[in-house]
Write a protein that binds this ligand. Sequence first.
Ligand SMILES: C[S@@+](CC[C@H](N)C(=O)[O-])C[C@H]1O[C@@H](n2cnc3c(N)ncnc32)[C@H](O)[C@@H]1O
Length: 282
Amino acid sequence: MNRAAFDYFADLLRRESGMQMTPEKYYLLETRLHPIVQQQGVVGIDGLASLLRRDEGNNAVRQAVVEAMATNETSFFRDATPFDRLRDTVLPAMTQTRAAAQSLCIWCAACASGQEAYSIALLLREYGAPFTEWKVEITGTDISHGMIEKAQRGVYSQFEVQRGMPARLLVKYFTQEEEIWRLRDEVRAMTQFRQANLLQPPPLPAGSVDIVFCRNVLMYLDASSRVRVLQGLHGVMHAGSVLFLGAAETAGGLGEMFRPVAGMAGLYVRGDSILGLPVSPA
Ligand SMILES: C[S@@+](CC[C@H](N)C(=O)[O-])C[C@H]1O[C@@H](n2cnc3c(N)ncnc32)[C@H](O)[C@@H]1O
């Protein structure tokens, strides 16, 4: 791949998804785009760049490039701590603040193949009252159509359920069909999945979301895209909402928009929060 082709794909990925391609990802780019090169019948990555340059309107190939370069790593109850905080800190506070509305709207932004959204659904079912009586909606979105289709199926391999799913919950909420495990309908009914790009206007109404999970995606984006995404998340939240980011991510540097919850890395409230959780200075 020549330098011009690398620069072309780096620019395309930044514009389309915010993903940052640093020179050390040179070989990753070559490896991951190889199947598209073959499919399109062009000569190498340079040929793919030429094809897209000639035909900028080729949305399908551009989307395939974005999906190929996205890191979709995920697992059930990934990193454990955010889910403990959801159960032990956030949900108890929301039993009070959401009592009048009796509803909970959760957005799992950048949900990859759905394990995070389903983990939240299972946690809520295990939590029990009052949420079992409330209207609970968990929306999972991701830039990748392929990931969203997999999330919608709600079917996971033995390897995937072994990564993080407690055996007790596995037998309670999944049915085994030969090599695969299928989530039961009552869990799938709590969730919906759709394709959405975090650089575009959010897929949920302003001020409508109580809990946002946006973990392990900002780390792949360039600085200005990170700000743009956080502004979008802020817009769908309200003064009683919380935001979970990944352990290596921060919502700092945006003035009064978000406040970190004291002693709970990765958990944020809005600057105008009414939740009553102790916050650290922005
Ligand atoms: C590493 S996964 C994180 C999955 C899950 N949140 C977790 O922490 O386990 C990152 C996901 O972000 C998605 N992604 C990357 N850029 C995006 C964008 N601009 N808008 C929406 N999703 C994006 C990728 O497709 C990928 O599935």
